[in-house]
Write a protein that binds this ligand. Sequence first.
Ligand SMILES: [Zn+2]
Length: 235
Amino acid sequence: MSPTFVALSAFGTLGFVYAAVPKLLLQASRWRLRTKCRRRRAIALTFDDGPGTQLTPMVLERLAKASVPATFFLLGHNVDDNVDLIVDLQRRGHEVGTHGNLHVHHVWSLPWVGMLDTRDGWRRLAGVMSTPVRAMPFRPPYGKMNLLSLLWLWWHGAPLAMWTHDSQDTRPGISITPVTFADGVRRAGGGVVLLHDFDRDSAAGTDDVLGRLDAVLRLRDEGFEFVTMSQLAAD
Ligand SMILES: [Zn+2]
């Protein structure tokens, strides 16, 4: 065996363990969520990248009107400017999770960057949490993790919280309508819905998010149960 072949084999194995193994585990997590939601006919509404000073209160108003809980995955760098809003989220009975600090991509960044960003986001949010931080779920930015960040999460006992249905509310101009999106959730028998509550630059962008939320909330009239990520995990 040539040294070049050995080096390439070692590099390939390392790459597989570093990126492909976490990818498979995250995908398995999605499958488990799909099964759980379908069995329970449940929907978990989740909001990433917030809180947004303007949009999050609008979302909270709609959730209160429908009397349903949701899970908010907050970015650490948004915490200091929104402490009252985060306290209010918890007071209203919603679940708060972490989405890292600066929304870094764990696979495209240097190996340790994702792990450190997860830690920083966790620390900034932990200071304003009224519930034990050990139970705070983590939503990976872009749904990606590497081996180091995944091991960090396991070491700290933080539940991983993926999603099953992307509302695509961050992509203006896409063809999927709120009704079509909600119909996909209905046909799947429920699911973990991904929305984003960071403030949008335009009224149209805000209306797009709220329209998708309203369409999914209407599924409550069809007997779907709305749950937080922890309630789903405890099933
Ligand atoms: Zn995000």
